[in-house]
Design a protein. Structure first.
Length: 209
């Protein structure tokens, strides 16, 4: 029997994950069966179960992969000294993560924002997925905390605010922007970048103003 190359195995795994992501984004986790995934990827049950034991493993793999990519993207940006300002940094990472999945669509609209909403909903009943999500977000918060410290040391940000408070806020901004895209339709990343830039320009009012 001919040996299957690693490239082929990786491509097949990617095919399954992408197909599952589209199914989950379209119908949610509970309404999606493994049969739906098999139909979407046009593979046999044996071919899919070779990689994943079931729907729960697919969900965990998709979530873990996205969170790892987000963390690694922020780590890469954070290696600059000093790091890019928040409006540039956040919009750059958002474009990178979102663009890498732009080919996944549901009814002609990006699937990724809808998938994020489905993940949040599923974590309310799935303790294992909630643990994966919590670990992933903790990693992103840690990276953002280091970025904030770098801002403060460079004199770019006030130093009397705990770095973790800023980290949580920036994560909330990105997640909120994704939620808006899921609920109200796609929006260019310029909206996120320009909004952050405007907020960054706010200053304390002059005495007596």
């Amino acid at each position: 029997m001919a040996r299957v190359s690693q490239a082929h195995l990786d491509a097949r795994r990617r095919q399954i994950l992408d197909g599952a992501a589209v199914c989950f984004a379209r119908n949610g986790f509970h309404a999606t069966s493994m049969q739906d995934v098999l139909k979407e990827v046009d593979l046999s049950a044996g071919a899919v179960y070779r990689y994943f034991g079931g729907k729960e493993e697919l969900i965990a793999a998709i979530v873990g992969e996205v969170l790892d990519e987000v963390r690694e993207s922020f780590e890469e940006e954070g290696r600059h000294s000093p790091p890019p300002p928040p409006d540039i940094l956040v919009s750059s990472v958002f474009v990178r993560v979102h663009s890498s999945r732009a080919y996944l669509t549901v009814d002609g609209r990006p699937a990724f924002p809808r998938l994020v909403i489905q993940v949040w909903t599923e974590t309310l009943r799935n303790a294992e997925l909630a643990a994966i999500l919590n670990e992933g977000y903790s990693g992103v918060r840690e990276v953002w905390g280091r970025i904030v410290v770098a801002y403060q040391e460079a004199g770019m940000m006030r130093s009397d605010v705990p770095p973790d408070h800023v980290a949580r806020t920036m994560i909330a901004v990105v997640l909120g922007f994704l939620a808006q895209q899921s609920l109200f339709g796609p929006a260019p990343v310029d909206v996120l970048r320009d909004g952050l830039r405007a907020l960054m320009s706010v200053s304390d009012p002059l005495p007596g103003a």
